[in-house]
Ligand binder design. Structure first.
Ligand code: PRX
Length: 658
């Protein structure tokens, strides 16, 4: 845990942006008073609140008990006895309504002319076909399915096909290495892998199937691999195991009855990084998750049937799960999906897509905003962005400068920005403005969503004062919260429910200002947010230590103008290994291979020794300060086993070149 100073906020942002009268009048939640009244009701009687709104979902059988939980064992149950199917809620119910010919999914490939649009009816047919393919491969309810695909329509089709037959999908971001894929496949015992020959990435081709083959070279339970042909790069197909998606789909039937699922049956597993070296399989279940993503989507993005919604995240992360696929489709929305990157072929790619599809609601990450801001106003300025009426931000705190640029240049000074705070674990957005009701402050996530009861606690579990930084916790489970770490319930209890018994520990620091608005201050654990992606320091450290020349490593965040945070690694080499610049490059390459390119250290500093307490614990607080060059305020170093280690690190930091 970091010291109190790290979670003390230094921000002093005074600008205020109330919603316009015009926006509020047509919004779902029209005023601060309405928000406050509904919010108070949702906290006073959450059961009544969720019971009322659960009717937005189609249930085959109604539930018998809305909420039950055992705080000691952390068994959380929503909508006991309720039966439903997620793919039915996302597809069938719309395909049977006037929405049957509405665009459900608009896909823009990296090549400009690759566009595919699926109506609700068409998407349902594709999902049924692939559900039948899965069945033909012996995939049954409860089986785990690994999906390692680029951002192509087959990805949501495969997800929804799993949901349809009750199989649990585990999506691995296409940018992860074969090593990471292997660990994730093994951890959840996946039976089948869905992948592609390759993917496009900024004009280059990335081999995915080849990574899959490496991942499957060791022990696993995978019996079948289905391969989408996306790029045409050559792949090896293993006889009896590997088949092509298009061959399988050719003969598959478009009829597949959805499996009747219990509200608490698992829907998916998604791995995320934490403080330890091993990623956690965050498990979400069906009823509560579906309801939570539907309602947050509708109210926070103020979605109306005529809107086109675009979330730029990758479906390999939770943002894509909840706000490209499940939330928008459950709401009967038109959701845009983009295969490429913001800067290819030119830095106006996002703005071209907004113009092309007349996007009304645009949801992206601060790292993308900063990267595009740097390129200047001429790029968005030469595109027609007038369709946009609402903007969203997610993944890390948005710095006020980027917020103002987003507001003025992209939103034309007229669109509210919802700065949405949430996590893989929370399933959906927890702290956010409601755009028709909340006064916005640049960089501030503002207020809790309905049914969310946050606290900001001191070390001793008492509530922090106004503007005093503390641990952000949520005092009671909500429908969208994760239920367990797959196969490791004790780990779930330890990580999230032990520090303050009975309340959910988010791992973030926060403060509440004099208006009661919540400002997120950043992580208080050893998680580093690189371009909004969560990288566990321990994962990178163990990758570094697995290199033959490395004895020990410690990894900390350093500020980065575009990425927000970047990785700074202190590395102690084995005795006799000379320190050379070439070795740094080799180590960076090694981490890329072990974890994936997103985890590559920005800087490496060789260190003869690391600062440790007498009990042998590395003092990261000191390393963080050294990495940021903030060496004037190293704090108390008297508890170190050998304080002279610090002086050496400080002097070699000064000489460090990248
Ligand atoms: O530190 C917070 C930061 O992202 C973490 C969750 O990361 P992940 O599970 O990858 O999910 C990201 C997308 C939901 C949080 O613990 N974070 C996310 N959104 C914000 C944020 N920090 C500040 N402001 C936000 N809006």
């Amino acid at each position: 845990m970091s010291d109190a100073k790290t979670i003390e906020s230094v921000m002093d942002e005074r600008r205020r942006f109330p919603p316009s009268k015009e926006f509020s009048e047509s919004a779902h939640i029209k005023s601060k008073e309405t928000y406050e009244e509904m919010y108070r009701g949702s906290i006073r009687d959450p059961v009544a609140f969720w019971e009322k709104w659960a009717k937005e979902i189609d249930w085959y059988t109604p539930w018998t008990k809305t909420f039950d939980w055992d705080p000691k064992e952390v068994r959380i149950e929503w909508f006991r006895g309720g039966k439903l199917n997620a793919s039915h809620n996302c597809l069938d119910r719309h395909a049977r309504s006037w929405r049957k010919n509405k665009a459900a999914l608009i896909w823009q490939g990296e090549p400009e002319n690759d566009v595919r649009t699926f109506t609700y009816q068409q998407l349902l047919a594709e999902v049924c076909k692939f559900a039948n393919v899965l069945k033909s491969k012996g995939v049954k309810k409860g089986d785990r399915v690994a999906i390692y695909l680029p951002m192509i329509p087959e990805l949501p089709i495969a997800m929804l096909a799993c949901a349809r037959i009750g199989a649990i999908h585990s999506i691995v971001f296409g940018g992860f290495s074969s090593e990471s894929l292997k660990d994730r496949i093994a951890d959840s015992g996946c039976k089948i892998l869905i992948t592609a020959d390759g993917s496009y990435r900024g004009g280059k081709l990335v081999a995915l199937k080849a990574n899959g083959d490496i991942a499957l070279a060791k022990e696993h339970y995978v019996e079948n691999v289905v391969v989408v042909k996306r790029t045409g790069i050559p792949v090896e197909m293993k006889e009896g195991r590997d088949t092509w998606w298009h061959d399988e789909m050719e003969t598959a039937s478009t009829v597949c009855e959805p499996e009747v699922m219990d509200a608490e049956d698992p829907l998916f597993i998604l791995y995320t990084s934490g403080s330890t070296g091993k990623p956690k399989g965050v498990l979400h279940t069906t009823g509560g998750y579906m309801l939570y993503v539907l309602l947050t989507f509708k109210w926070i993005f103020d979605y109306r049937d005529e809107d086109t919604f675009w979330c730029t995240a990758d479906i390999g992360w939770i943002t894509g799960h909840s706000y490209i696929v499940y939330g928008p489709l459950a709401a009967g929305a038109t959701t845009v999906m983009f295969e490429g990157i913001p800067t290819y072929p030119q830095v106006d790619r996002y703005w071209r897509i907004v113009e092309k599809f007349k996007v009304n609601i645009f949801y992206t990450a601060p790292t993308a905003i900063r990267a595009l801001m740097r390129e200047g106003e001429k790029w968005p300025g030469s595109r027609d962005l007038s369709s946009i009426r609402l903007l969203g931000s997610v993944g890390e705190a948005i710095n006020p400068e980027a917020w103002m640029w987003y507001y003025n240049v992209i939103g034309g000074g007229k669109c509210p920005i919802v700065d949405t705070w949430w996590q893989t674990e929370t399933g959906g957005i927890l702290i956010t403005p409601l755009p028709g009701a909340t006064v916005l402050k640049p960089g501030c996530a503002t207020v809790p969503f309905f049914g969310i009861d946050p606290g900001i606690l001191r070390e001793d579990a008492t509530e922090a004062d106004i503007n005093e930084g503390g641990y952000l916790v949520i005092k009671k489970p909500w429908p969208g919260i994760m239920r367990t770490v797959y196969g490791q319930h004790e780990r779930f209890k330890d990580i999230y429910w032990t520090r303050f018994p009975g309340v959910y520990l988010t791992g973030d620091g926060a403060r509440r200002d004099e208006d009661g608005d919540i400002w997120i201050v950043g992580r208080v654990d050893d998680v580093i947010k690189v371009s909004g992606h969560r990288i566990g320091a321990a994962e990178v450290e163990s990758a570094l230590v697995s290199h033959k020349d490395v004895a020990e490593a410690a990894v900390v965040p350093m500020p980065h103008p575009i990425k927000g945070e970047a990785i700074f690694a202190f590395v102690t080499l084995k005795a006799g290994v000379p320190e050379r610049e070439e070795l740094k490059k080799e180590l960076i390459q090694h981490v890329r291979q072990q974890v994936g390119p997103i985890a590559a250290p920005e800087m490496i500093q060789f260190a003869n020794a690391l600062p440790k307490t007498r009990s042998g614990k590395i003092m990261r607080r000191i390393l963080r300060r050294i990495a940021t060059g903030n060496v004037e305020e190293l704090g108390d170093t008297t508890t170190l086993a050998d304080p002279s280690v610090v002086d050496k690190l400080v002097s070699s930091r000064k000489e460090l070149v990248k």
